[in-house]
Design a protein around this ligand. Structure first.
Ligand SMILES: Nc1nc2c(ncn2[C@@H]2O[C@H](COP(=O)(O)OP(=O)(O)OP(=O)(O)O)[C@@H](O)[C@H]2O)c(=O)[nH]1
Length: 318
């Protein structure tokens, strides 16, 4: 029998810090001489974070969710990679921020993969600074609440991330809320910027017998419905020069519906290229030398594509 490749699934809501944790895991794995393979699923048409993973074997599943239409794509791509001679030593799968991890886990039970992949842990990353806020903000959107719940319920390790942005009082509330939905055995660790002890991150924790797959045709329908209509990823290409101050104002104006944004831009103040990340209502700009195109991805709920793009071009671009 083929040797099984150890696998880690990273789950968590939009902008919670999955990629940040993944980068940390890759660093550790590489330092141990391991060759990682990454499966990265993005809601948008472009993976604007590809440059963060230089020299790494990556399967990019874009413009959809592993949960729905591209579950088969993941299976076949993985099968292919795992059959090649120089396959990696460790596999990381990062779902989109709106993926139900159950579907990813389920994909690994496919007859062609089950003997090849050994799921070690489902790492559930929570933005501690926004957890409570999201629960009230999405109170009326049942499927989003369910999703947030599933991402925690199925975690073998829970990471309360972004504690640098979380007050002590709020953190205590989040601890209580998260703990109430988990068994005592599931570790909950706290972190800023995904800095978590290596042993915690890499421990083998996942147990198949604790999974309970129960899909009816009705569920399937519900699921597709949810992903097609709740969250949208809007791509803006050929972004002109962005005025930073106006951009921040604009983001603030749209922060009810716009949950996450990322991309590569040029600011009007300087000719440099910047990678930008907008999550937890915070804008982060990092100068970068590697950019293929200036593109932005906006992710949110109930967004009007045309209006959003028009207002961005009118109010932010110079
Ligand atoms: N202040 C602060 N920022 C963080 C922390 N962890 C991650 N970030 C920032 O939050 C933003 C989103 O982080 P990612 O790791 O890309 O989040 P993600 O869960 O992969 O996001 P999606 O692409 O939406 O799935 C980035 O700007 C990170 O640098 C943290 O602990 N504290």
């Amino acid at each position: 029998m083929n040797k099984q490749i150890p696998a880690y699934v990273l789950t968590g809501f939009l902008g919670s810090g999955k990629t940040t944790v993944l980068l940390r895991m890759i660093e550790v794995a590489k330092a141990k001489g391991m060759q990682p393979i990454i499966v990265m699923n993005e809601l948008g048409e472009t993976n604007v974070e590809r440059h963060l993973f230089k020299d790494i074997e990556m399967v990019e599943l874009l413009n959809g969710c592993i949960c729905c239409t591209i579950q088969d794509d993941m299976r076949s791509e993985l099968e292919q990679i795992l059959h090649t001679e120089n396959k990696g030593d460790i596999l990381f799968i990062e779902g989109t921020g709106v993926a139900n991890p159950e579907e990813i886990i389920e994909a690994l039970t496919h007859p062609q993969l089950i003997d090849r992949v050994k799921l070690q842990s489902v790492i559930s990353v929570i933005d501690a600074s926004k957890y409570v806020d999201y629960q009230s903000r999405f109170q009326s959107a049942k499927e989003v609440r369910e999703l947030l719940k599933q991402q925690v319920t199925l975690g073998s390790l829970i990471v309360l991330n972004k504690i640098d942005l979380t007050s002590d009082r709020l953190l205590e509330k989040v601890r209580r809320k998260v703990r109430s939905g988990k068994s005592e055995q599931t570790p909950i660790v706290e972190a800023s910027n995904g800095l978590i002890e290596e042993e915690d991150l890499f421990a083998t924790r996942f147990k198949w017998d604790e999974m309970n797959f129960h899909h009816t045709e009705e569920d399937e329908h519900e699921h597709h419905h949810h992903h097609n209509h709740s969250f949208q990823a809007i791509k803006v290409s050929n972004v002109g020069k962005v005025n930073r101050v106006k951009f921040e104002k604009w983001l603030k104006k749209h922060d009810e519906k716009l949950v996450r944004a990322k991309g590569m831009i040029q600011l009007s103040e300087t000719p440099k290229a910047y990678n930008f990340q907008y999550a937890s209502k915070q804008l982060q700009l990092t100068p970068t030398s590697s950019h293929e195109e200036f593109v932005m991805i906006f992710i949110g709920i109930g967004l009007n594509k045309e209006e959003l793009i028009n207002s961005f071009r009118e109010e932010v671009v110079e």
